[in-house]
Design a protein around this ligand. Structure first.
Ligand SMILES: [Zn+2]
Ligand SMILES: [Zn+2]
Length: 297
C-alpha cells in the first residue's frame, strides 16, 4: 500500500514562496493498493488529483472518504474534474451531521449563491454514503472509522490492505478536562479524569501499531496554550500519541497555515528530538505535497 500527498495544509490554502517546498493545498491524500485507490478528503489538493485522473482517459471510478465537512476538507470538490465527465462514478463517504446528511452539506456548498453548478447537475454519477463509527470494505481496503475530538463530527480512518496499516486522523485534539479543574457541575473530579483518560486510551488503541500514521500536528506547544478547544494538536501531543501507540512511521500533517517551510523543518527537528529523548527509533516525517510513501516499508 502506498500513500500520495496532494494537500497537506490545515485550515486555509497557503500558496506562495514561503510554502513552496511543503505545499499550500488543503487536505487530500490518495491511498493506492495495486490498481485500486481511495481518496481521503477533498481539500484543494483534490483539484490537481482530478486533473491527473481525467487526463488518463477512460472512465474514472473514485471512492472518496471525507473525515468531516469543515471547508478545508471539502472545498476542492466543486473543482474535481472527473465529477463533470459523463460515465464517471464517484462514491463519497463521510460522517452524518446531527441535522444534516453528507449530501445536504455538499449540496449547501454548491448552492447557486456559492457556485454555478449544483450537485444534482454534475455529469458523473455521484452517490453519498453517511457513516458513523462503521467498519466496511472498499475494494481491497478494510476500513474502520472512529470519532476524533474536533468541533464537528469527525472520523479518523484506519485502513488495512496488502498486509499494512495506515491511520489517517488529520484533525484531532487530545481529550482534556474542558472545565479546567473549575466548576464540575455535579460531577466528581475523579469521574471527569477517568472519562478523559478512557477517551484518550481509545484513540491510542485506534492508532495502535499503525505502519503509517498521518496525524494532526498543527500547533507548537506555545501556540496550543492559546487554542485549547479549537480541535487541533500540538506536534508534541502528536509525538506522544504516536509513541504510546507504537507507530512505525509518523507523518506530521495539517500544517499551520502561518508556518513557512523553515518553520516546519524546525518543528520536525524538535519532534525527532522528543522521540529520541524517549528512547524511540520511530521514523518521523513532514507531509509534503507530491510525496509518495510506501506504507510499512
Ligand atoms: Zn482541517
Ligand atoms: Zn476541521
Amino acid at each position: 500500500m502506498k500513500v500520495r500527498f496532494w494537500g497537506v495544509r490545515g485550515s486555509v490554502p497557503t500558496p506562495g514562496p514561503r510554502t513552496v517546498r511543503y505545499g499550500g493545498n488543503t487536505s487530500c491524500v490518495e491511498v493506492i493498493a495495486g490498481e485500486a485507490s481511495l481518496v481521503l478528503d477533498a481539500g484543494t489538493g483534490i483539484c490537481e488529483l482530478g486533473r491527473v485522473l481525467a487526463a488518463r482517459g477512460g472512465s474514472v471510478q473514485t471512492e472518496l472518504l471525507i473525515t468531516h465537512t469543515h471547508m478545508d476538507h471539502i472545498q476542492g470538490f466543486p473543482f474535481f474534474v472527473p465529477a463533470f465527465i459523463p460515465g464517471n462514478r464517484i462514491d463519497v463517504y463521510g460522517p452524518k451531521e446531527f441535522d444534516k446528511g453528507l449530501f445536504d452539506v455538499f449540496r449547501l456548498q454548491m448552492d447557486y449563491s456559492f457556485f454555478p453548478v449544483r450537485v444534482s447537475e454534475l455529469a458523473a454519477t455521484v452517490e453519498f454514503h453517511d457513516l458513523s463509527e462503521d467498519r466496511f470494505a472498499v475494494g481491497p481496503f478494510r476500513i474502520a472509522a472512529q470519532a476524533l475530538n474536533h468541533p464537528v463530527l469527525t472520523l479518523g480512518y484506519r485502513i488495512e490492505a496488502e498486509g499494512s496499516t495506515l491511520v489517517y486522523a488529520p484533525d484531532h485534539e487530545p481529550y482534556f478536562d474542558f472545565m479546567h479543574g473549575g466548576e464540575t457541575r455535579g460531577l466528581s473530579r475523579q469521574a471527569i479524569e477517568e472519562t478523559v483518560r478512557a477517551q484518550n486510551d481509545r484513540i491510542v488503541e485506534f492508532l495502535g501499531r499503525a505502519d503509517l500514521l498521518v496525524l494532526d500536528s498543527q500547533y507548537t506547544p506555545q501556540e496550543y496554550e492559546k487554542r485549547h478547544g479549537w480541535g487541533h494538536s500540538s506536534w508534541s501531543h502528536s509525538v506522544d500519541l504516536a509513541l504510546a501507540a507504537q507507530v512505525r512511521h509518523f507523518v506530521l500533517f495539517h500544517h499551520e497555515p502561518t508556518r513557512d517551510d523553515d518553520g516546519l523543518e524546525r518543528v520536525l527537528g524538535e519532534a525527532r528530538a522528543r522521540a529520541a529523548a524517549a528512547g524511540s527509533s520511530m521514523e518521523i516525517s513532514l507531509a509534503r505535497e507530491g510525496w509518495t510513501v510506501e506504507v510499512g516499508a
